[in-house]
Design a protein around this ligand. Structure first.
Ligand code: SF4
Length: 188
């Protein structure tokens, strides 16, 4: 029942619909990617991996306690802009299939055992890369009661890629530096 005393409800703000988005296009422009430089980096990573391992490089990620910022950049490596797989690099589900262990975040007390077990499950020779400031040094979370600190305090680290978080191109450049270093994996 309506009455004159009822207050008319104010119109609700219109939400964008899928059709509206399709009509107007994506709301944000894609990030600028230096495709030529990226392709060159990727080609060199692929070439180095093949000469050192005889095949492409397999990566296994352990989030040891990150805020997920570093994971987002690692995920970006697999999106259509960066398309890591065209260079033969791939993320694997099992550590037994991996060459490189990527660690993100400060190592929390809860994740210590999982990180150690993943490290030991990767066959030799293997490399460990600390991705981002937290894994490299403990970062923002240094001294926190729930954190042990840098990845190197739990597993031997071959390379640290700084940044909060490092950008996809820096991650790719880090992997290239790892493969080009004369150094053998810390534990082979
Ligand atoms: S380095 Fe930055 S983005 Fe990465 S886990 Fe730490 S706080 Fe998050």
């Amino acid at each position: 029942m309506t009455s004159d005393s009822q207050i008319p409800s104010s119109p609700r703000p219109r939400r964008p619909t899928l059709f509206g988005l399709l009509r107007s296009g994506l709301p944000e422009a894609p990030p600028p990617v230096d495709e030529k430089h990226l392709r060159e980096l990727g080609r060199r990573v692929e070439e180095r991996a093949r000469s050192r391992l005889g095949r492409s490089l397999a990566l296994r990620l352990v989030d040891a306690g990150s805020c997920n910022g570093c994971e987002l950049e690692l995920h970006a490596l697999q999106n259509p802009f960066y398309d890591l797989e065209r260079f033969g690099l791939r993320f694997v589900a099992s550590p037994r299939h991996a060459d490189v262990l990527l660690v993100t975040g400060p190592v929390t007390r809860n994740m210590r055992e999982a990180l150690e077990r993943t490290y030991h499950a990767i066959p030799d020779p293997k490399w460990v890369v600390a991705v981002g400031d937290c894994a490299a040094t403990g970062g923002l979370f240094s001294g926190n009661y729930a954190c042990i600190g840098a990845a190197a305090s739990v597993v031997p680290v071959d390379l640290a890629i700084p940044g909060c978080p490092p950008r996809p191109r820096e991650l790719l450049a880090g992997l290239l530096a790892l493969l080009e270093s004369a150094k053998k994996p810390a534990h082979s």
